[in-house]
Design a binder for this molecule. Structure first.
Ligand SMILES: [Zn+2]
Length: 231
């Protein structure tokens, strides 16, 4: 294998390594990404808090109404119990009952409003709760498939790194360093020549250059400096 051919193969190994590394980091990201679940859980928590507040309001509204009804009952029994005979006092009691009763209706309306509010929030909480359960299930299933995929990739990467390093050791340090330098700067260090053009920069390569490259010399493109490879 020519030197350029060796470097070309090294590049293929490096590209494969890069691809696998990217895949591994994607899998790792997915494994740690539970943003959707986290968001749904915090939504549920705030809805539950809201529900508790509304239930408290409903309770105190119920108590207020009960108080009021009890007071009406007390005044009613004074009024119709027969103990009070004084007409003036009876008139006052009647006025008092009337005033108390007039407060009942608005309080009932408030209570009804609160009850429907509570029901509405309860149904929202149920929906969010289902959403959380669903996301949790989905996340756990994802973890189950991602974890073995991660191990697979780690093993493949280790093997590939070994292969790459063993292969790189066979290449002289000078061309290897040229390769590494170009790879770091441009990503792709070795390019093929097709129809007389460098496939890195698409500029025509002088015939004498690509002939030398074909013969096995290490030739770099005059324009982009990439190593030229002809099979
Ligand atoms: Zn070029």
């Amino acid at each position: 294998m020519s030197l350029a051919g060796q470097l070309y193969k090294l590049q293929q190994l490096d590209l494969e390594l890069q691809k696998k590394q990217q895949e591994l980091s994607d899998v790792e990201n997915q494994l740690s990404d539970n943003k959707a679940l986290f968001a749904a859980e915090s939504k549920l928590a705030s809805q539950e808090e809201q529900l508790e507040d509304e239930r408290k309001k409903q309770k105190s509204s119920e108590w207020e109404l009960e108080d009021l009804q009890e007071k009406v009952g007390q005044v009613d029994s004074k009024l119709y119990g027969g103990k009070t005979k004084d007409p003036k006092e009876l008139v006052n009691l009647e006025k008092e009952v009337k005033a108390l009763k007039s407060q009942i209706r608005p309080k009932e309306d408030t209570l009804l409003g609160l009850m429907s509010q509570v029901e509405e929030i309860e149904s929202r909480v149920r929906a969010t709760d289902e959403e959380v359960e669903h996301l949790k299930e989905e996340w756990e299933q994802g973890q189950e498939t991602l974890r073995p995929r991660k191990s697979e990739l780690e093993i493949a990467l280790a093997e590939l790194k070994g292969e790459r390093n063993r292969f790189a050791e066979q290449i002289d340090s000078e061309p290897f360093n040229i390769y590494e330098r170009i790879r770091l700067a441009m990503g792709q260090a070795v390019v093929k020549v097709e129809r007389g053009r460098c496939l890195g920069c698409h500029i025509t390569v002088p015939t004498s250059q690509w002939q030398k490259a074909k013969a096995g010399d290490l030739i770099q493109c005059n324009n982009c400096s990439r190593i030229l490879y002809l099979e």
